[in-house]
Design a protein around this ligand. Structure first.
Ligand SMILES: [Zn+2]
Ligand SMILES: [Zn+2]
Length: 305
């Protein structure tokens, strides 16, 4: 199977979760796109809140595509209640511009609206890459997450949630779902509203042959990407009883697996590491985290064995 490191093409940097004045962000779509392009991103998805309060926006960012910068159409979908009674937040990237509204008038669940699972399934059927947004911020239970059968991914790091509530994590839920055999990928995003320093903190590096919406979307669905706050992952390969990792200079390389299994290598400015599997050897899945000297992380997608 080709992964992000063996697939042809190059890596493109993208933010999959962003808001604008079409919902509760403070910058207009053109300025959001300009700032991301200026910051060196290759693409973004503007994902405004798809509720009646804002007229169910699927932001048309096509006018802001240009040389070296493209966009995917998307939205943050809301419908149905989680176990805690609050409204679902589900990220959909690669939506058609005419994705049909359901019945979600505002940020609270209402009687008779489709469930979170149903709107996620409808988005996936319409061609979108679907991710369970900010699990920790939402107060998501494992049963909630398990119910979103159409999800391709879990948002494991949400920079806005880190900055605004110190609840950035999605790995707790993601690792449990992986252990149940769910073949999910792992995304880091900004969820930028530009209301606080909630931008340029977490992104995906997507391997594709061209920086074009269709190619990027296909690579996202195939899991040919990694998530990062800065460090680069350059190669990950299973070799016998170890994982070989190549990366930009980091201080720590960790292989994580089912349950409590994890093996860490520590060093200075490491660009290669051979991490013995140890207790990870019995797990059907592995993933890799690297941490640089400034504490910034990059996270691989799961590797299935
Ligand atoms: Zn949200
Ligand atoms: Zn959001």
């Amino acid at each position: 199977m080709t992964d992000a490191f063996t697939a042809p093409g190059r890596f493109f940097r993208g933010n999959l979760h962003t808001h604008s004045t079409l919902s509760d962000g403070v910058l207009p779509p053109a300025e959001v796109c300009r700032r991301y392009a200026a910051q060196g991103y290759d693409f973004i998805a503007l994902t405004d809140h798809f509720i009646g309060l804002y007229g169910y926006p699927v932001a048309d960012t096509r006018p802001y595509r240009g040389a070296g910068f493209t966009t995917l159409l998307g939205a943050e979908l809301h419908s149905g209640a989680m176990a805690n009674g609050e409204l679902w937040h589900i990220l959909a990237v690669g939506l058609p511009a005419d994705f049909a509204p359901g019945h979600a008038p505002d940020f609270a669940p209402v009687e008779g609206q489709e469930t979170g699972a149903a709107i996620a399934a409808r988005a996936a059927a319409a061609g979108a890459f679907v991710a369970i947004a900010h699990p920790q911020w939402s107060g998501l239970t494992l049963a909630d997450a398990r119910g979103i059968e159409a999800a391709h991914a879990v948002e494991v790091y949400n920079h806005g949630c880190a900055v605004g509530s110190d609840r950035a994590d999605g790995f707790g839920i993601a690792d449990l779902l992986l252990t149940e055999g769910r073949r999910l990928s792992l995304i880091a995003t900004d969820d930028a509203h530009f209301t606080e320093p909630d931008h340029f903190g977490g992104w995906v590096m997507v391997k594709a042959e061209e920086n074009a919406p269709e190619a990027l979307l296909a690579a996202l669905k195939a899991g040919r990407f990694y998530a990062t706050q800065g460090p680069e992952l350059r190669g990950i390969a299973l070799d016998g009883d170890a994982v070989e990792v190549a990366c930009s200079a980091v201080s720590t390389v960790i292989v994580q697996a089912r349950g409590s299994a994890a093996v860490a290598c520590h060093g200075a400015a490491m660009t290669r590491a051979r991490v013995p599997l140890g207790r990870c050897a019995a797990s059907p899945w592995l993933r890799v985290t690297v941490i640089d000297a400034a504490g910034r992380r990059a996270w691989s997608n799961p590797i299935w064995r």
